[in-house]
Design a protein around this ligand. Sequence first.
Ligand code: PLP
Length: 426
Amino acid sequence: MFEKSLKAYEEAQNVIPGGVDSPVRAFKSVGGTPPFIEKGEGSYLYDVDGNRYLDFVQSWGPLIFGHCDKDIENAVLATVKKGLSFGAPTELETYLAHEIVEMYDHIDKVRFVSSGTEAVMSAIRLARGVTGRDDIVKFEGCYHGHSDSLLVQAGSGLATFGSPSSPGVPADLTKHTLLCEYNNIENLKQCFKDSNNIACIIIEPIAGNMGLVPASDAFLQACRELCDQHGALLIFDEVMSGFRASLTGAHGLVSQKADIITFGKVIGAGMPVGAFAASKKIMSHLSPEGTVYQAGTLSGNPVAMAAGLVSLKKLKANPEIYQALEAKAKKLVNGLKDAATKNNIALQIGTRGSMFGFFFCEKEPTNFKEVGLCNFEQFAKFHHEMLKRGFYFACSQYEVGFMCTTITDEQLDECIKAANEVMEIL
Ligand code: PLP
């Protein structure tokens, strides 16, 4: 039963482009009607037709404690009663900043913004301001939000100047974005030979926007060394992996450290929050201490800070959560793999903390081009059939899944049982 969602979708399309406020929600890559959501509760989403789904998307990552966590809800409600926004400093910002910086010995200060896009855009401006250089290195398949200089075609795989991947982005704005292939050290080295004007490398150390594709240790080491040799800064975009892959995000799982880290998602627990953080020295360039300008009317919003604060405190008080979440993620993807294997379907699986991914292909992809070789038809059918059975997976093979603390082994068993049925008919 999808009648109400269908109607809601039609009505939305009359007044909102494509009926959605972020394109991926339209289910274009898998087809069909996106369920319109009425409410969430723990591990479940409920749509306007009353269908229930076990939710492996969790608002694309922020809800590590599932929907309507009581502690977060109570903190938000208490804060709301004191006023929604002041446009003036509050102590909550300092408290949340402390929770973040104390996790990293090389990070001293953090600035809050309202989205991951803003966090990355500001981090790049800071890197350019600190180094006095214009070029940035970005990797194919990594997504860093929709700001102009980062909307660059994921095309050639060579260290070419990026061309805009969206109308409305002037080529002049992307000509400073150098595009390289993920996990390709030679390509990256060439890039540093071609330009002596590189301000920073920006990378998702665990890529989650081309499915789950981790950077190799050797590749991250090359990123670090090339930045050091050439006086560029290394930015880890941990908007997705921060407090998700581990308590210290990707940093906790890889051997290299970034100069600037961007955050979002989990640090706002479902409220609109982003942040970027670095050493005292780097952050001193930021206005009002320094001259690199960056601002926001709702930045550090108290309600959002309160939600993030409770969430991070809970995670830090219970660090074993990450092992438990990874165990659940592994149980799920291993179950999917077994179901696929029984039906002679090639499936590649992976997990990093509470993030998981799976690809319908013969060989584990290590870059964007290889992800493009996966079987997208098979994925779309899998997605559709699982949705019908009450399991809400990310609606594109280019996305990852997220485990939350309320998902139980029994719920995973039900999901694996359904996946067995579905793999039989793929
Ligand atoms: N960076 C990464 C790694 C992301 O995954 C995303 C969003 O998914 C962003 C940046 C942009 O964040 P937002 O959608 O909050 O603007």
